[in-house]
Design a protein around this ligand. Structure first.
Ligand code: NAD
Length: 490
């Protein structure tokens, strides 16, 4: 037994997790590994195989070999397998949630009740969607145009650490349902639940080579995959900076990309809104320690109600516990990594040096090394770094506006365009503002709720393309038009 295969399994939160890759239906360890620590308390969780070009080549080759048979099953043939896959996730929901929380510090209750059930739904929903999808026909005088949705081939799926299991299923679901085979590259700061996903898929009957997992560092394993000549799609969720690098690789091979990237979303409150609901939802932006791409981090408030709203938000924030994300009642857990902690601290220190003032927070929380106080900064200018760039921590800014013109200028005044939240009681105003905001998703008097059939994605530097319903299916398909001369076929 080699050293690599001896360490290829470990117990995390009492759950047996393989630390090896999953390639062509079997576990493949690497001699090189990387260490994984829990952000909750810094404890060592695992040594995970660090893949590179060799593992990427093997996984893409396996996916390519498996593609014809998986594609030939058709949506109806894939449906029962994918439904079993979804059921397997539901059956192991508590285990997946426990490992995810230990691995990335996200709230256990939310993983159990929200993210992991939603992950199962992602698989189930797209399997059903593909099975029900009709091939369109477009009639013209001489020919009938038959629109076919052919699976595209091998899709490389790359996800970030802030919700790796759920975000990966959001790609795996439509990619497999459409008939593609996939290579998943989990995030190196939280790689463990994607390993469980491979076990669950295998137990459900997903054939060897259809779903592969290559573990490793982004610049090595990820780069080897996105630069591979034999891939057909790249779906990436992560930072805008990494997308620029992946975009260059994709440009070389003309591989279609789907990019779900960072944000700096405005959270807008008008005086005619339900201020308690707005305050509750603003306090909720600190959940997951603000490590949520969609978080409304720029609070934009109508001047006349600013003081009133601030008091209500403060009450909500004071009631939210910072602490161990495994404990019920905790609202704000740790930042993911010492590098993330240094990054968040740097943003806040530079903002304060540039004239911003903390209404609360601003430094490390006493609970532990990676815990940062929920922070609200005022006296910020639109051109300041903390207003323009994604912090990805529990740091919000507070700005006021006098009228709708000023609001639109501030709300649209960054290079991002992922999401926006709007709290108002006026329907006319809601649509007036909705028409002018640059955002892939706009929530009016709510946050986060969305049907999987609806489009999701970002404008400007927040992404390319949309996921959800037909938008996902179209991305993972080669759309072919077959024009048949009328009355020419017997
Ligand atoms: P990141 O860009 O550093 O890493 C994301 C993934 O890319 C990781 O798996 C990493 O290993 C891989 N990677 C890194 N370099 C690579 C390379 N050269 N080639 C191929 N792969 C590479 O992002 P992160 O820090 O893990 O995640 C946080 C970011 O993700 C934030 O910007 C956040 O807003 C964004 N995000 C966006 C959404 C969305 O739906 N829009 C959802 C969640 C997170």
């Amino acid at each position: 037994m080699t050293e690599a295969s001896r360490i290829a399994r470990t117990k995390v939160a009492g759950v047996d997790v393989s630390t090896a890759h999953w390639i062509d239906g079997r576990r493949v360890p690497s001699n090189r590994t990387f260490e994984v620590f829990s952000p909750i308390d810094g404890s060592h969780l695992a040594n995970v195989s660090a893949g590179g070009a060799e593992e990427a080549n093997a996984a893409v080759a396996a996916a390519r070999r498996a593609f014809p048979a998986w594609a030939a099953l058709g949506p109806q043939g894939r449906l029962p397998i994918l439904k079993r896959f979804a059921e397997g996730i539901v059956a192991r929901k508590d285990e997946i949630a426990a490992v995810e929380t230990l691995d990335n510090g996200s709230l256990l209750s939310r993983n159990r009740e929200g993210a992991i059930p939603r992950a199962a739904h992602n698989i189930d929903f797209f399997a059903e969607w593909a099975a029900k999808r009709q091939h369109a026909t477009i009639d013209s005088p001489t020919v009938t145009n038959h629109v076919r949705y052919d699976p595209s081939g091998v899709a490389v799926l790359i996800t970030p650490w802030n919700g790796p299991f759920m975000l990966t299923t959001w790609k795996v679901g439509p990619a497999l349902a459409a008939g593609n085979t996939v290579v998943v590259k989990p995030p190196e700061w939280a790689p463990l639940t994607c390993s469980l996903m491979a076990d669950i898929a295998h137990e459900a009957g997903v054939p060897a080579g259809v779903l592969n997992v290559v573990q490793g560092i982004g610049e090595e394993a990820g780069a080897a995959l996105v630069n591979h000549e034999e891939i057909d799609r790249i779906s990436f969720t992560g930072s805008t900076d990494t997308a620029r690098i992946i975009g260059q690789a994709a440009a070389r091979t003309i591989t279609p990309v789907s990019f779900e990237l960072g944000g700096k979303s405005p959270f807008v409150v008008f005086g005619d809104a339900d201020l308690d609901a707005a305050a509750r939802t603003i306090a909720g932006q600190y959940n997951n320690a603000g490590q949520v791409c969609l978080a409304g981090t720029r609070i934009l408030v109508e001047q006349s109600i600013a003081e009133d709203l601030l008091g209500r938000v403060r009450k909500q924030v004071d009631a939210g516990k910072v602490g161990d994300p495994r404990e019920g009642g905790t609202k704000v857990g740790p930042l993911i990594h010492p590098e993330a902690f240094a990054r968040v601290t740097g943003f806040v220190e530079r903002a304060l040096a540039d004239g911003a003032k903390p209404l609360w927070g601003g430094k490390r929380h006493d609970f532990g090394d990676l815990y940062f106080q929920p922070t609200l900064l005022t006296d910020v200018r639109q051109d300041m770094e903390v207003v323009q760039r994604e912090v990805f921590g529990p740091v919000l800014t507070w700005q006021t506006f006098a009228d709708e013109e000023e609001l639109i200028e501030m709300a649209n005044g960054t290079r991002y365009g992922l999401a926006a939240m709007l709290f108002t009681g006026s329907e006319k105003r809601a649509w007036r503002i909705a028409d002018r905001l640059v955002a892939g998703s706009l929530w009016v008097n709510c946050f986060f709720v969305r049907d999987l059939a609806a489009p999701f994605g970002g404008s400007r530097n927040s992404g390319i393309g949309r996921e959800g319903g037909d938008w996902s299916m179209d991305f993972y398909c080669d759309i072919k038009n077959v024009s048949v001369l009328k009355k020419s076929l017997a």
